[in-house]
Design a protein around this ligand. Structure first.
Ligand code: IRO
Length: 310
């Protein structure tokens, strides 16, 4: 069984890597991912300056997934650019840099600096952080997205991608696809970011479980799998020539298989990686390999995007 993926001029030994935000804020964490069975690495979404983020507790795992309102804690763009400068690209694991400026200008500043650095890493621009109090997320404002992407494509001419929030309405899928299809250099979309502003309640304490936003936070893990799969399949159909990276609810080879069946080129692991540690990558790969062997598939292209309808 061959799990390899080749896309954007990159060759990955397998389709798995971390979701931005998990095991990727410090160099130590990034190196944990890079030296694991993961085939790529992505950094924590960053801002030009370091941020401490929201007050704790700001993450909580449940039997069904996770809730977080981290508040964009990160070491600052220069820290991740420095990592990207010394990153061992020749070892064959691509590096993605997640950018999440608090303003469009911050994204433009980081992108133009990254362009000047002429490094092999690829930007994944985060249009979807749901946890910045008072900040409506860009991903739900289609006009603002179009304007932002127009300016980003002016300062950054290489291939780039965006991290999208979940959409829940066919009209929204169509409108966002129309925006994204206007940008040829936008080569991939990562679907999905957490389902924003859920509320987890602890019955024993009769309390919320995270401090920020009176308990509201982005949902991840099994809670979001069907929504993640829907977004992957819809954008796989609506964005001809672009790649979709699947993210959301992958706990085993089965969910990884589902995301790829729905059209994903590669897949990111978030909550499961946070809870299990980097051993999750090898486990999920073994499970995916066994599932493919059982079904008689030799490579990912044998079933990618071939989800049947009734
Ligand atoms: O709160 C966060 O740091 C965070 N949390 C998420 O669930 N998604 C995001 O894109 C971000 I930037």
């Amino acid at each position: 069984v061959d799990l390899s993926v080749s896309w954007l001029g990159l060759a990955m030994a397998n389709p798995l890597y971390n979701a931005s935000g998990v095991m990727c804020r410090s160099v130590a964490e990034l190196e944990q991912v890079r030296t694991s069975a993961a085939a790529a690495v992505i950094t924590k979404s960053c801002t030009p300056q370091p941020r401490t983020g929201n007050p704790e507790p700001r993450y909580c795992a449940t039997a069904l997934g996770s809730i977080n309102s981290m508040g964009l804690p990160n070491a600052g763009y220069p820290y991740y650019l420095d990592y990207a400068r010394s990153y061992p690209y020749a070892a064959g694991k691509p590096l993605f840099l997640s950018l999440s400026g608090m303003t469009l200008q911050e994204n433009l500043d980081m992108l133009s600096d990254l362009a000047a650095a002429q490094l092999p890493c690829l930007p994944e621009v985060n249009l979807s952080c749901p946890n910045l109090p008072g900040k409506p997320q860009l991903g739900y404002d289609f006009q603002a997205c179009h304007e932002a992407l127009t300016q980003m494509a002016r300062v950054y001419h290489g291939p780039f991608g965006v991290k999208l929030p979940p959409y829940f309405d066919p009209v929204h899928f169509a409108r966002m696809a129309a925006v994204l299809n206007a940008f040829p250099a936008l080569r991939f979309v990562t679907c999905i970011n957490s389902i924003g502003n859920g509320l987890v309640i602890d019955v024993d304490r009769e309390s919320v479980v995270i401090k920020p936003k009176d308990g509201l936070g982005g949902l991840g893990g099994s809670y979001v799998l069907p929504t993640a799969l829907a977004n992957v399949r819809e954008f796989y159909r609506l964005l001809p020539g672009k790649h979709v990276v699947g993210c959301g609810g992958i706990n085993s080879g089965r969910e990884a298989f589902m995301h790829i069946l729905a059209g994903a080129t590669a897949v990111q692991i978030g909550t499961c990686l946070y809870e299990e540690g980097e051993g999750a990558f090898a486990r999920i790969l073994d499970e995916l390999r066994a599932l493919m062997a059982h079904k008689g598939y030799q490579r990912l292209d044998d079933f990618r995007g071939k989800l049947k309808t009734l």
